[in-house]
Design a protein around this ligand. Sequence first.
Ligand code: ZN
Ligand code: ZN
Length: 254
Amino acid sequence: MRFASLGSGSHGNGTLIDDGETCVLVDLGFTVKEAERRLKRLGKTPADIDAILVTHEHGDHVHGVAPFARKHKRAVYMTPGTYVERKMGVVPDMKQINCHKPFLIGTLSIEPVAVPHDAKEPCQYVVSSNGFNVGVLTDLGHITAHVVQQYADCHGLLLECNHDTQMLEQGPYPYPLKQRVGGDHGHLNNNQAAELLQKINLGGLRHLVMSHISEKNNSPELAEKALLGVLEEWTGTLYTADQELGFDWIDLTV
Ligand SMILES: [Zn+2]
Ligand SMILES: [Zn+2]
């Protein structure tokens, strides 16, 4: 079981999860051409992707989904509320999911998790195979009890560290956007990400990736500082997901 990223941030997201038999892509916020280029960098072709899982309809997560699905004839999974054809475009092989009901794609078990975010029917995903759980958790305004429960036992976790509260407050965003990003249905700040880590089982967590880091309202250094404050006893590895480079394959089995 391993996972990698095509890129992470407000300009585009895409996470690959692969157990050697089945490979899914969570979100695709890049153009088809750009996605093909980034997949190649990770040793994958579009034909290797068994399906695309969509978290919510914001452009940085769906920009390339429908065009990629049409060109490469891939299945796409999302909640009914997430899909608006007029905005997203035609998706020929659409699988509607219930965000409270687990399902299978090939050898992967998929657990959707409803999250508080300013989208129609957003969910994030925990993907499992062979006893390993990979959690993707970005784009949520606060940590709910449901989120804590569903992400309690991840071996790999891609966790949003969107902003530093002080940088957001003093930064260049107009006031309404500051309110949105920092609000209960916006994005996780560094301290909220740290708060989640205090509530889950860190013993099993071997690989933690700081992701969806804002270029204007945060820095990898500030995010790391906040997380390390609650990771004193932790012996796993901490990574940063980059907008341009994402991150290379992280293997959970080693
Ligand atoms: Zn986003
Ligand atoms: Zn979003």
